[in-house]
Design a protein around this ligand. Sequence first.
Ligand code: CAA
Length: 257
Amino acid sequence: MEESNILTEKDGPVATITLNRPKALNALSSALMNELADALEGFDADDGIRCVVLTGNERVFAAGGDIKQMSDSTAADMVKRESPSPWRRVAKTRKPVVAAVSGFALGGGCELALACDMIVASESAQFGQPEIDLGIIPGAGGTQRLTHAIGKARAMEMVLTGRRVEAKEAFEMGMVTKVVPAESYLEEAKELARTVASKAPLAAQLAKDAVLKAYDGTLDAGLDYERRNFLVLFSTDDKEEGMAAFKEKRAPNFEGK
Ligand code: CAA
């Protein structure tokens, strides 16, 4: 039987979703993203659940979009997978979602954590947007949510250089809610989720909705804009070269074509 890309469990009013592709460092294939969106919609519809924790494993939260899947994808393939985009479905979750991040949160993995409402990071967590090294750009909110979280100057540096930042720096920049010892990140995230779950559930949902509205008007248009630029880059030679170089474990040679 094929293993599921995510695992789910319920503990009272808190549900936990665990990304479960450890061999691929939890690369976010379209199958995984669709399962994740289905699970979140299921918990949204479940009156017994009040808050969700989203996590990976100790080594990696998620190493980004699935480069092996994307390397064979044309812009047309990518557009076809967008209807509806599981990323947009994930972002529409009404109940609060806490990301429990340990290890790598790169590319789409960083963007997925940023799409959650709070991030509890292990001291070992590393965040980054390395898409530039693949000849593409962040395509799931990195240029938008990251910029809202840490400001233009620092977002620009992360997106243009691909530099990874450690948990402490991410906290100082305003990307994460708190940094905790590696051994307790998941338990701390669940504790935070239990606190949220102890509050009035409708108030919690509408509080989340209102906080997101603080930048939503510009965020929606920004996300569409980002996605278009991301998809356009799937018709360039540099994307082919960047992703081939990743698979062949060598440095890319970009020619601007
Ligand atoms: N997609 C597909 N497979 C991936 C992957 C990804 N994003 N990240 C890692 N893997 C695979 C590797 O290919 C490798 O597979 P094999 O065993 O078959 O060779 C396996 O996971 C283990 O990875 P590494 O051997 O590379 O592990 P490492 O410890 O040496 O390095 C790492 C870890 C630094 C995270 C490195 O794997 C890496 O740089 N990954 C890619 C990160 C990245 O570029 N993410 C952005 C993706 S694009 C994106 O996310 C677009 C978007 O906006 C949605």
